[in-house]
Design a protein around this ligand. Structure first.
Ligand SMILES: [Zn+2]
Length: 460
């Protein structure tokens, strides 16, 4: 049955719409904590009906009644990607939920290791509410203002699961969505710029890389009518200078939203630029060598999702992001936890002999310099292969249509080489070569170095 015709579901959504979006503004810290405790308890009880969790908890000798709230969360074992894979498909859903009611989504697999989990319609709605909450902070009203969202609508992705398979067929005529333009980030930037130009949104959401492309096009005279008030960047860490470049080109304020396939929305930047965790929807832990880190110290993100009837996500250790928490308050007065910095994917990083770990935020920084310093987007695709701690190979695909415009390929290559050398030091050899194409399925960052042989000393 279509859940949007089900009165119980509708009333749940309406209730959620009225209360959930505002929760971080309305609840004080103490009430929010109570809410979180209650929902964690509920999720752990629910997870006990899901074989993968049931088995893990039994083995660890922990029972749902041992969990009174967030303070007890460390009693629960961590759950890995491997655990979920091993029990997929039947073992990752509750015996109390019918599988037809769930939608399967996969993580993007930038490392070549994708993971499938299940979500339900309510998850999808909550995911959207997370977005709406972000809009609320910026005074955007999705019933009045036009919004463009450039998502990853390749068939397997979460966004396709959430939007095209889950939400769109159900909500086709809903007022809530009529002001939203959905575009596909896999399309050519030129097509996207034209679509946005026709729609004239006040708000644009998209991946950092695509936003960079759009800014370069705008600077070249495309998209004359595009003048959003706000731009939200997702997907990867936005480098400061690229951020400034995009802001200047569009004359708009840009902020970042942070989320994951497994959890939906996680955090967003308020007007002060501080990351606020959606603490009513998720609980975050930050661990280094198994211990919680101090404020502002980078640690491995451990994620717990506090809602949903799909695959539970409780103490999940495979988001693979390095994130530093901020133990304090923001002047804006929103309740919930704070994040100081998101460093990026730790499994997409490269390690060097002195224990330095080069994180994706650094790659982003280097490649975005090509956009705003060399003013070119002729790099169509790139793959970085670390052969050893002293040797890196970078393969580049050049956009044929742009080959003879702007700086030469040689110039770009020497620019890249110099920037990488500055980051990782002169002792590492860097080879850059042009290739015709790169296999779409292939991870974009590959390291052949056995990481277990090195102790991480610092993140760069
Ligand atoms: Zn704030």
């Amino acid at each position: 049955m279509n859940p949007f015709k089900n009165p119980i579901f509708i009333s749940k959504v309406l209730k959620s719409y009225l209360f959930d979006i505002d929760r971080l503004w309305k609840l004080n810290e103490r009430d929010l904590q109570k809410y979180r405790d209650k929902h964690l308890k509920k999720m752990v009880r629910f997870a006990y009906t899901v074989p993968v969790y049931h088995d893990k908890y039994k083995k660890a000798g922990v029972h749902p009644r041992d969990i009174e709230g967030i303070k007890d969360i460390e009693k629960l074992p961590l759950i890995s990607k491997g655990d979920i894979k091993k029990y997929y498909p039947e073992g990752i859903i509750s015996s109390k939920v019918r599988r037809e009611r769930l939608i399967e989504v996969s993580t993007s697999g930038t490392t070549g290791k994708s993971l499938s989990i299940y979500v339900d319609m309510f998850d999808i709605v909550m995911g959207l509410f997370g977005y709406l909450r972000t809009l609320k902070e910026y005074g955007i009203n999705c019933r009045k203002d036009k919004i463009t969202i450039i998502g990853d609508f390749a068939p397997h992705t979460a966004e396709s699961g959430y939007i095209t398979r889950g939400l769109m067929p159900q909500l086709k005529l809903d007022l809530l969505l009529k002001n939203i333009q959905w575009l596909n980030t896999n399309d050519e930037p030129k097509k996207i710029v034209e679509d946005i130009n026709r729609f004239k949104p006040v708000f644009i959401g998209g991946y950092a890389g695509m936003l960079g492309h759009l800014a370069v096009l705008k600077e070249k005279g495309y998209g004359k009518n595009i003048s959003p008030r706000y731009i939200v960047s997702t997907g990867s860490v936005l480098d400061k200078t690229l951020k400034k470049f995009i802001e200047e080109i569009f004359d708009a304020h840009i902020f970042e939203a942070y989320g994951a396939t497994e959890s939906g929305p996680i955090a967003f930047q308020c007007k002060h630029g501080i990351y606020h965790v959606m603490s009513d929807l998720v609980h975050l832990e930050f661990l280094k060598d198994g211990e919680p880190v101090d404020s502002r110290e980078p640690g491995q993100l451990i994620l717990t999702k506090l809602y949903g009837k799909g695959t539970p996500i409780i103490r999940y250790n495979a988001i693979n992001d390095i994130v530093a928490p901020l133990y304090g308050k923001c002047d804006c007065g929103l309740s919930g936890d704070l994040i100081e910095k998101i460093y990026g994917r730790d499994d997409l990083s490269l390690i060097f002999s002195d224990g330095k770990l080069l994180l994706p935020s650094s790659f982003g920084e280097i490649f975005s310099k090509i956009l705003y310093e060399l003013k070119t987007n002729k790099i169509k695709d790139v793959i970085i292969i670390q052969h050893s701690v002293t040797k890196i190979e970078i393969q580049i695909v050049i956009d044929e249509q742009l080959r003879n415009l702007g700086p030469s390929v040689e110039e770009i290559f020497s620019f890249l080489k110099q920037r990488f050398q500055e980051k990782i030091g002169p002792q590492v050899e860097i080879f850059i070569k042009e290739v015709k194409k790169i296999d779409k399925q292939k991870p974009r960052i590959i390291s052949k170095v056995d990481r277990s042989r090195y102790k991480i000393t610092r993140y760069i």
